[in-house]
Write a protein that binds this ligand. Structure first.
Ligand code: SAH
Length: 323
């Protein structure tokens, strides 16, 4: 009899947003391990099972526990909110398994069951804030030195990502969000839209729209995710929306009809190849590499490399697949 460990993401916290596979994995399990809050959320699935409720600071314990049970031939479900691989138990569990000499060929099977993470849940509730490049940063400095977090905040603020801040504030960690705000304000406009989402898809759900200038004054806690828009994100009719592109792709003023380029299924952005052509032309006209690098806000050695890249024949047009 070989055991199993399932790392089950149960989604944001409502039954309707849990996947079928997450339910099955919990139903299949002999032992269910998780924080008491999440155990409560799946209470209806637990009849006849051994349930191990753990506190907040016992992550490794939980993984070791799961391994011990799996070695006895039990099926163990470790439940995480959202996705188990996003600031969750999947990482620590694999680390414990590797340390114990486990390999994917071992007797014990491991399955990670994906779930909708807080970023997905919160984005859905506020509109469509993630339709362009985004990233997430956890403000928890319990296991990560603050300068590492601060450098990342600085970098993504400068790079104009839409950003989800996980673990923004707790009883003991109250200043991290203030620092994050200060770092963002060095690069972004004070009126950049921000959504503060608390307990998405749970009983005490609360959504607040604010701006970068005032976000740290909001009611933020352990179950809050903060979504910061990019320079093009806007709020309309109570919905936060980030446009798909930076190049003025949709012409909304002409009654919604598309432009020539878009009709052909092509972006109106000149893209990499068009940009390379222009770069070469400017260089041929006498603009220096240093000036071009400054104009495009790119490293000089990169611009230099592009200029040395041989010109390829124009590839045959391929329809871009976009949802
Ligand atoms: N594995 C989880 C994240 C765990 S870290 C996931 O994928 O969502 C815990 C942080 O997640 C919280 O501090 C909060 O920032 C965010 N979070 C989790 N559930 C949330 C919810 N229902 N609403 C808003 N934020 C949530």
């Amino acid at each position: 009899m070989s055991g199993k460990i399932s790392l089950v993401g149960i989604g944001p916290g409502s039954h309707a947003h849990m996947t079928q596979r997450a339910r099955e994995a919990i139903a299949e399990a002999d032992v269910v391990v998780g924080y008491s809050t999440y155990i409560k959320l799946v209470a209806d699935l637990l009849e006849g099972k051994e349930v191990i409720r753990k506190g907040m600071t016992e992550e490794l314990d939980r993984a070791v526990n799961a391994l011990d049970r799996a070695r006895e031939g039990k099926k163990v479900a470790l439940i995480s909110s959202g996705d188990a691989g996003v600031y969750g138990m999947a990482g620590p569990t694999y680390e414990v398994l590797f340390q114990a000499g486990w390999t994917p060929e071992s007797e014990i099977t491991v399955e990670v069951v994906p779930g909708a993470s807080a970023i997905n849940a919160c984005a859905a509730l506020v509109g469509a804030p993630l339709t362009h490049d985004f990233c997430s940063i956890s403000l928890s400095d319990l296991l990560t030195p603050w300068p590492v977090i601060a450098r990342r905040l600085d970098a993504v603020a400068a790079a104009d990502f839409v950003v989800a801040l996980y673990n923004p504030k707790s009883g003991r960690r109250t200043q991290q969000i203030v620092q994050a705000q200060a770092l963002f304000l060095r690069h972004r406009r004070p009126d950049t839209p921000v959504a503060v989402v608390k307990s998405a898809y749970r009983r005490r759900e609360r959504i607040e729209f604010t701006t970068l200038a005032t976000m740290s004054d909001c009611d933020i806690g352990m179950l809050t995710t903060v979504l910061i828009g990019n320079s093009h994100t806007f709020v309309q009719h109570g919905l936060m929306v980030t446009p798909r592109g930076y190049a003025n792709k949709y012409d909304l003023d002409d009654g919604g009809s598309t432009r020539a380029g878009e009709k052909a299924g092509r972006s109106l952005s000149t893209g990499l190849l068009g940009w390379m052509d222009n770069l070469r032309a400017d260089f041929a006209d006498g603009t220096s590499v240093a000036t071009l690098a400054r104009q495009h806000r790119l490293p000089e050695d990169y611009v230099d490399m592009v200029l040395r890249t041989p010109v390829h024949a124009e590839p045959a047009p391929v329809e871009e697949v976009q949802e």
